[in-house]
Design a protein around this ligand. Structure first.
Ligand code: NAD
Ligand code: UGA
Length: 435
């Protein structure tokens, strides 16, 4: 069993550290956010991720997992240091590397024994070499032996533990094949395919994978918009397409478009890398434009149904960027709420996990305690994030509470015919009667 430390206790770092501890390794998770570490030390999860608290508790109790804000403490006896800090977007779309730089510098300053540095953050191609230079430059004395391995993470929020424990593949990239093989050993218990390649290729696999998934969603949303004009049903189109083994059914749900802490920043960062190396990212640009237009398309639909939105009340179900997470970064729901507020509408909303951050991001949003309060005196109801609890609502109660009868099903989860029969003016995304 190995001793390792994980730097950053967000969605990726906390899940990675906890899952390695659960596999029997001895793990210290480190964060510079003192409040986060103090919460973790007190058994409180700083993020909402289904199933995570239980395995954190079990591994803390078993003495395999602990938390610190001290680099010397985390690095002590560690054979591996995983970097899992954030890489958000700069204003021009470039990945902001300040956190990776700070984490690498702190490792360098506190390193007194050989170590393998494993980069799990999503980082621009070439970062692995750059991290190695930082360690060399800053360590000062005779630098202990170290290697850098890129190990991009493919987990999704909302199913992070399951995705980590049952990955489709583990990708490792390094110029040091012994180091890559040692990281591979850590993952062997998961019995998944392990691909070992060079550093830059591993870094690119991560961006290409996210960009491809985002492109599939933008593709189906463009098809949805064409379906609307021609009277076809995008749900059935996606089902029919997905039966082709070369296409497959995943990531073909039309709706309000993609959001989250990763697709938006990663597609932008890849496009930025291309432009700064004199390549025109024509497809990536279209993928981003379609995604932005999808939000506007939803607002246009509400405007068509209600007329001028000034003074209208709109209820929004779901605020997080997808179900089963409290994450609101680049949430389609919040983007749409901002557009509605800008047009003079009053917006009231509810989410099972993301109320606090949503209110911080959009102060004009009025929070409600449940879906029925969201419907109260609303002229229209928008389903923005498909949490399970929104799938079977008491629509008689919703109707009685609403002032109007417009329902926009932004994720195509409800039975439109039934709602029409109940007297709602129902429309979805890319399904007949949606315009
Ligand atoms: P996050 O924002 O949830 O967490 C990052 C954590 O790093 C924060 O707690 C922050 O305090 C900490 N941190 C920042 N600087 C630090 C430093 N110098 N030393 C120690 N800790 C520091 O981020 P996340 O969503 O977990 O993403 C981390 C990386 O993983 C990103 O590059 C992201 O693109 C990538 N990724 C994320 C997901 C996901 O689903 N969220 C999936 C795959 C890959
Ligand atoms: C995504 C990838 O799926 C992960 O493999 C990757 O590791 C992660 O980004 C990352 O790099 O951070 P995540 O953002 O957590 O994971 O969530 P997804 O399930 O991919 O959903 C992203 C967005 O696309 C959500 O807004 C979701 O509503 C939307 N989406 C997804 C659709 O609109 N249609 C679909 O068919 C699928």
């Amino acid at each position: 069993m190995a001793k390792l430390c994980v730097i950053g206790t967000g969605y990726v770092g906390l899940v990675t550290g906890t899952c390695f501890a659960d596999m029997g390794h001895r793990v210290t998770c480190l964060d510079i956010n003192e409040e986060r570490i103090s919460m973790l030390k007190n058994g409180i999860m700083p993020i909402y991720e289904p199933g995570l608290k239980q395995i954190v508790d079990q591994n803390v109790e078993a003495g395999r997992l602990d938390f610190t804000t001290s680099y010397p403490e985390a690095l002590k006896d560690s054979e591996f240091a995983f970097i899992a800090v954030g890489t958000p977007s700069n204003d021009d779309g470039e990945a902001d590397m300040q956190y990776v730089k700070a984490a690498s510098s702190s490792i360098a300053k506190n390193l007194d024994h050989p170590i393998i540095i494993v980069n799990k953050s999503t980082v621009p191609v070439g970062t692995g070499d750059w991290v190695a230079e930082i360690i060399h430059d800053l360590n000062g004395q005779v630098t202990p032996q170290f290697s850098v391995v890129s190990n991009p993470e493919f987990l999704r929020e909302g199913s992070a533990v399951m995705d980590f424990m049952k990955p489709d593949r583990v990708v490792l990239g390094s110029t040091d094949s012994d180091a890559a093989n040692r990281v591979a050993e850590l993952y062997q218990a998961l019995r998944s395919d392990i691909m070992i390649t060079d550093l830059r290729t591993a870094e690119m696999i991560k961006y290409a994978s996210n960009a491809y998934l985002a492109a599939r969603i933008s593709f189906i949303n463009e098809i949805a918009n064409i379906c609307e004009t021609l009277g076809a049903d995008v749900r059935e189109v996606a089902r029919g397409m997905g039966m082709d083994k070369r296409i497959g059914p995943a990531f073909l749900d039309a709706g309000l478009g993609w959001g989250g802490s990763c697709f938006p920043k990663d597609v932008k960062a890849l496009a930025h890398m291309a432009v700064t190396h004199d390549t025109h990212p024509q497809l990536l640009q279209a993928v981003m434009d379609i995604n932005f237009n999808q939000r506007k398309h939803a607002v246009d639909k509400l405007e068509k149904a209600l007329g001028d939105l000034k003074g209208k009340t709109i209820g929004v179900l779901g605020l997080s960027f997808k179900p089963n997470t409290d994450d609101t970064r680049y949430s389609p729901s919040l983007d749409i709420i901002n557009m509605l507020v800008a047009k003079g509408a009053t917006v009231q909303g509810y989410d099972p996990q993301a109320m606090k951050t949503s209110k911080e991001e959009v102060p004009e949003l009025n929070l409600c305690q449940n879906p029925y309060d969201v419907a109260q005196d609303a002229d229209a109801l928008l389903l923005a994030t498909e949490w399970n609890e929104f799938k079977s609502l008491d629509f008689d109660r919703i109707k009685a509470n609403m002032r109007g009868n417009v329902v926009l099903d932004g994720r195509n989860i409800w039975n439109g015919e039934e709602l029409q029969e109940m007297g709602f003016f129902y429309f979805g995304m890319g399904i007949p009667g949606s315009l």
